[in-house]
Design a protein around this ligand. Structure first.
Ligand code: GCO
Length: 444
């Protein structure tokens, strides 16, 4: 048995996102995910976010639950259309008050708030005038960021501009399986560029409104491995890594797009104005990394970009994502070696499995506990190798709306009965509680 201790002040928390948990639809403006849910065939069984798990009304009890579970940090997102119903214009005070009360409640419970400004719920009104395909949206985002930081900036000391811009750009505009649902590579890269631009523009604005705070961005990253050491497979891994990791890391940390992928994109490259990359690469205080799985790839001239993604033997979650804890160590050490962020947080990591609620209100989710234990240990390995990892947020606090999968995938460490909305901590929540309380992970 070994006991892995984490550094003092390590932030153990859980993460959520507004659209996935809040509900309270009548008190906010419409967003592109409301629309997407109504698009036949796009979201499992036409599920929607009207009620979700009603965190908008139940936040007090949810904060109390987090505190009981021993968490000292919480990552949530602010819904832009709850602050500005049309994305611009008049401030919806009810919405701003809501987040202010949430933050107060967290602080009273001894939980440090980490606020994400954009976790995918763009106002429908802004989408109608182009959404992220329009450069203007970047400026609108900055105005929104200023309003939120002005109000919460005295109490929120950690800000994340964007969650997973790669997913917003590609899954929403290239693969079409997320809102707004388009399949256009040029559009996807342009959207990605405007997301990055909005990030860079917002950084100084947030700092000014929230003095002394830490500002960062969250990227979903995939350590990428070649199937063999052949030159072709190594090349395939370079391309896949360039597309899914470097396309966003390089602009933020190095002030340029990766040349190899830029060349590959040909006529689809985004329009970039002169100062954009120096704005995008303004220094940030931390990088958030969302880690779920790895890519194992081989060369395949008929595949997209000449790459084929393999499905190796192994253990998989209900999402059909391979369980690969070593990938977390690898991506953390690699990102630190190549980009030297001042600090790193794992802003999401977790898994969906088919949970069963027993008649006495328990969920024995041994696979989720094993998944988390192995990934916590993998993070510890990276810290031991010098990576400045400052915290870890489990995805997710509770079962919720899993985007195109609707309510059919449970990522929570707390089970939610989607009818009664009752919450039941799973065994994995009790495991996280012991880790957070002892600031250590025990391995057998
Ligand atoms: C993500 C999203 C989460 C998902 C989670 C599981 O950042 O991809 O932030 O909202 O629910 O990743 O797919």
């Amino acid at each position: 048995m070994s006991r892995l201790r984490f550094p003092a002040d390590f932030a153990w928390g859980s993460a959520t996102a507004s659209f996935q948990i809040e509900g309270g639809v009548e008190e906010r403006g419409q967003c592109i995910w409301d629309d997407f849910c109504r698009w036949p065939g796009k979201v499992f069984e036409g599920d929607n976010g009207d009620v979700a798990v009603d965190h908008y009304h139940l936040y007090g009890a949810d904060v109390a639950l987090m505190a009981r579970l021993g968490f000292r940090a919480y990552r949530f997102s602010v819904s832009w259309p709850r602050i500005l119903k049309e994305g611009i214009g008049e401030v919806n005070d009810v919405g701003l008050d809501y987040y202010s009360r949430l933050v107060d409640e967290l602080l009273e419970a001894g939980i440090e708030p980490y606020a994400t400004l954009y976790h995918w719920d763009l106002s429908t009104a802004l989408q109608r005038v182009g959404g992220w395909a329009s450069r203007d949206t970047a400026s609108r985002f900055v105005e929104y960021a200023r309003i939120v930081a002005d109000r919460l900036g005295d109490r929120v000391h950690h800000w994340i501009t964007h969650n997973e811009p790669w997913v917003v750009a590609m899954v929403g505009n290239l693969y079409g399986t997320h809102a707004p649902g388009w399949e256009d590579p040029g559009l996807a890269l342009q959207v990605g560029h405007h997301l990055l631009l909005s990030h860079g523009l917002a950084v100084p604005v947030i700092r000014q409104a929230s003095p002394g705070s830490q500002v960062g961005i969250t990227l979903n990253l995939y350590p990428t491995y070649p199937a063999t050491t052949s030159a072709e497979d190594l090349d395939a891994a370079r391309i896949q890594d360039g597309f899914s990791n470097r396309w966003f890391l390089d602009p933020v940390f190095k002030g340029h797009y990766p040349e190899d992928i830029w060349a590959l994109a040909g006529a689809q490259v985004p329009r970039v104005e002169q100062a954009d990359l120096s704005i995008i690469s303004r220094p940030i205080d931390f990088l958030g990394i969302n880690y779920y799985s790895r890519h194992l790839v081989a060369s395949d001239p008929s595949g997209p970009m000449g790459v084929q993604t393999l499905h190796p033997e192994g253990e998989y979650t209900q999402m059909d994502w391979e369980v690969y804890p070593q990938g977390l160590t690898d991506i953390l050490t690699r990102v630190y070696a190549d980009y030297s962020p001042r600090a790193i947080y794992v802003t999401e990591n977790g898994c969906a499995y088919e949970d069963v609620l027993t008649s006495d209100g328990q969920v024995h989710d041994a696979k989720r506990t094993a998944y988390l234990r192995a990934h916590f240990a993998a993070a510890h390995k990276a810290i031991a190798q010098g990576v400045p990892l400052r915290g870890y947020f489990v995805w997710s606090l509770m079962d919720n709306f899993e985007w195109a999968y609707g309510y059919s995938r449970r990522f929570g460490i707390v089970y939610v009965d989607f009818q009664s909305l009752r919450r039941y901590p799973k065994d994995s929540a009790l495991f996280c509680q012991s880790v957070a309380q002892e600031n250590a992970v025990v391995l057998d």
